[in-house]
Write a protein that binds this ligand. Structure first.
Ligand code: FCB
Length: 481
């Protein structure tokens, strides 16, 4: 289906037939069972167990115990009328050392989950890598080393071989920007290294690993399978029209967006990125055939969007930094290639993450992608918001801010579809409250509330609202609007 074949939309904000209504999660954020059935530590186990790295020393040891409760969680998804569910596979559960043969019990868990989903009429969308590198591979050098990309291709072949008969949609990497730059440059995420050159090397090996994984999946999967990647593209906006702020926006577009779009979709790194980072590296770690390997035909690109990225040039003598406004928030500096750039949070409404609420960024991102890659279908693989939700005395969770956030962003998606952008589905982040990386359990993104003492699940008002939307495919007026 091409964009021009999508049906005309009515004024009632009807989404196209077959549009996927999903929710997303990630293995380390929900599974728990960290040391069960042969699973070994990933970099997030090590990082979260390192004092001072994660809020209040929280870890994913138990998380929301999805490993043991997945059948109940799938029942909940069915009650919410979801037509799709995006989850990730824990690499160290399936291949504990990151190399060699698979552990059958690890594969069995995901096969049981997928069968439960299919039985409930919910389409699985499987992400191979959502940030949880096996610790042994980090000990061998991690993503800055080429061998990690090669191991990732082998792991993709294992999972593709085991689940290819029942999973139709595959995603190689989730937000490689976070893996490279928060993991290896700012150090806010695992493995917590602060080496800008390592971050650029990691970025390249993530691109290469993506390409090797797509090749491995194509070899293992039936032809009907769809393969893509999820990127947290930055909707970069200059603070002013001054030339130095426009230049700051160009730099962040290069090292935030085109560092992935170039190799994966165009087959080459952008020239300005090499110039911007020449002080750090000559990129000689890129071997001649690598960008061709990274450049594999894709069936879709997944867009993860939360908030726009507003930047200016650092004033003379001021160092770059501030919050990136994307994942991680907090102290951003140093970001390889972004040293002279300052990140701003625009005034106005914010979520509990401090991220500004601005759905126009999503519209702009979708229309940019459709302009630059008109043949490429898009999925919104993550969008959502954290608020300080509480269970009311009557046992319900009222989260009108989340409903308003989802409403405005889905309205932006609907407008983009109306402008001819080929968006095939939307995955709310997240199904459940969960381990929010460096923020531990302090930030609640779920449509379903989790009581961390009892692990009881309580759908929030937003979950009911979203269920109606999934059932009707029509975005209603905002309650009270
Ligand atoms: C994204 C991550 C996801 C979650 C949301 C809030 O960057 O992919 O795991 O943490 O942010």
């Amino acid at each position: 289906m091409t964009a021009s074949e999508t049906r005309p939309l009515t004024a009632t904000r009807q989404f196209p037939p077959g549009f996927l209504w999903g929710a997303a999660t990630a293995a380390y954020q929900i599974e728990g069972a960290a040391a069960e059935d042969g699973r070994t530590p990933s970099i997030w186990d090590t990082f979260s167990h390192t004092p001072g790295k994660v809020f209040a020393g929280h870890t994913g040891d138990v998380a929301v115990d999805h490993y043991h409760r997945f059948r109940d969680d799938v029942r909940l998804m069915k009650e919410l009328g979801l037509s799709a569910y995006r989850f990730s596979v824990s690499w160290s559960r399936v291949q504990p050392t990151g190399r060699g043969p698979a552990v059958q019990k690890g594969l069995d868990f995901y096969r049981a989950l997928v069968d439960e989903l299919l039985g409930a009429g919910i389409r699985p969308v499987l992400t191979l890598y959502h940030w949880d590198l096996p610790q042994e591979l980090e000990d061998a050098g991690g993503w800055p080393e080429r061998s990690t990309a090669e191991r990732f291709g082998e792991y993709a072949a294992i999972v593709g071989g085991a689940l290819g008969d029942r999973v139709e949609r595959w995603t190689t990497l989730n937000e490689p920007w976070c893996s490279a730059f928060l993991g290896y440059a700012s150090g806010n995420h695992a493995p917590g290294r602060t080496d800008p050159v390592a971050a650029l090397r990691a970025a390249h090996h993530l691109n290469l690993g993506h390409g090797l994984a797509v090749q491995a999946l194509r070899a293992a999967l039936p032809p009907r399978a769809e393969v893509g990647v999820s990127l947290n593209l930055h909707q970069v906006r200059p603070l002013t029209d001054a030339p130095e702020d426009l230049e700051a926006a160009r730099r962040i577009d290069a090292v935030g967006n085109r560092v992935w779009l170039g190799p994966m979709l165009d087959g080459a790194y952008p020239e300005d990125l090499a110039a911007d980072t020449a002080r750090l590296t000559d990129w000689s770690f890129v071997q001649p055939a690598d960008t061709a390997t990274a450049h594999q035909p894709l069936d879709y690109v997944g867009i993860n969007y939360y908030t726009p990225t507003v930047v200016s040039a650092a004033a003379r003598g001021e160092s770059g930094g501030g919050s990136d406004g994307g994942h991680g928030g907090g102290d951003f500096s140093p970001w390889a290639g972004a040293e002279d750039v300052v990140f701003h949070q625009p005034p106005g409404e914010r979520t509990a993450m401090g991220w500004s609420v601005d759905a126009s960024g999503l519209y702009d991102l979708l229309t940019r992608m459709a302009r630059d890659y008109p043949e490429l279908p898009l999925l919104i693989t993550e969008n959502g918001a954290a608020f300080d939700d509480e269970v009311a005395p009557d046992g319900t969770v009222h989260d009108p801010e989340r409903i308003a956030y989802l409403h405005s962003h889905l309205d932006a998606v609907h407008r983009a579809v109306g402008s001819g952008v080929d968006v095939r589905g939307y995955f709310l982040w997240s199904l459940l409250d969960n381990f929010e990386w460096a923020y531990g359990y302090a930030k609640r993104f779920g449509a379903v509330h989790v009581d961390y003492d009892t692990l009881a699940r309580t759908p929030k008002a937003s979950a009911r609202w979203y269920a109606d939307l999934a059932r009707t495919g029509v975005l209603p007026e905002l309650p009270g609007a």
